[in-house]
Design a protein around this ligand. Sequence first.
Ligand code: NDP
Ligand SMILES: O=C(O)C1=N[C@H](C(=O)O)C[C@H](O)C1
Length: 252
Amino acid sequence: MVKMIMHGCCGAMGHVITGLAAEDGEIRIVAGIDVREGTDLGYPVFTSLDQCSVEADVIVDFASPKAVDGLLAYSCKKQVPVVLCTTGLSKEQLAAVEKASQVTAILRSANMSLGVNLLLKLVSDAARVLAGSGFDMEIVEKHHNQKVDAPSGTALALADSMNQAMDGQYAYTCDRSTRREKRNPKEIGISSVRGGSIVGEHDVIFAGRDEVLTLSHTAYSKAIFAKGALEAAKFLAGKKPGMYSMTDVVDL
Ligand SMILES: NC(=O)C1=CN([C@@H]2O[C@H](COP(=O)(O)OP(=O)(O)OC[C@H]3O[C@@H](n4cnc5c(N)ncnc54)[C@H](OP(=O)(O)O)[C@@H]3O)[C@@H](O)[C@H]2O)C=CC1
Ligand SMILES: O=C(O)C1=N[C@H](C(=O)O)C[C@H](O)C1
């Protein structure tokens, strides 16, 4: 049985994961970490990892960028692998994640769903063919009104996948409101919509002359992320230091 700490246990994802883990015979949440007060989740909850007296094989994180520095320090010190799902990390934090992966096992993914992880592959192929033939690339992402970061981590990961396929020639444009010039052919536009309870939608648009190809993913519940996170946690427990990704967990 894999023993897991749920980092961000009182939030939206923490609650969904707590429910799914309770029905899973291979993994058990032994402690939770959260600054928010919560109802009884069936395991002890601490306000920070430093306060946590319970040992575990893996940490699953859906919390806040504010908590990432402490999370990395704890993971390195205690040698507990981390499935890092929080989005909106700064450039400095992303560099710190890379550095920490030299001493601890880290799996970072902006989206734990099977569909988006396949989409990351599909958009890379599409970019090679279509952007290579002059098509413009745009991403539109839609999320609920509680989301604090924009653009979404998934939108950035999709853009990275497309840009890598094009040898890193593209810059990302997330706001055109102050510009008075035509679109640069070497840009990937990213637009964000926030409203209601939209779980997560990503449209990747390849627009050429007289034809448009759109590849879309729609999340209908947060359970798809929770399921992927638990699979990733089981995979990562006991792994040696390094940087892992969902492509190590799912067969694509
Ligand atoms: N990779 C993926 O597949 C997915 C990633 N996410 C990402 O996961 C993160 C969490 O999402 P979600 O559950 O919807 O957000 P919520 O805000 O609902 O939950 C986050 C929880 O973490 C708590 N928290 C904030 N700061 C700290 C801290 N320093 N230490 C411990 N706990 C803290 C929050 O408390 P308080 O409210 O008091 O601040 C809250 O209870 C986001 O970055 C989101 O983008 C979400 C879904 C899928
Ligand atoms: O905050 C969310 O809800 C989500 N965040 C992730 C992101 O930023 O891409 C993944 C998913 O889309 C839901």
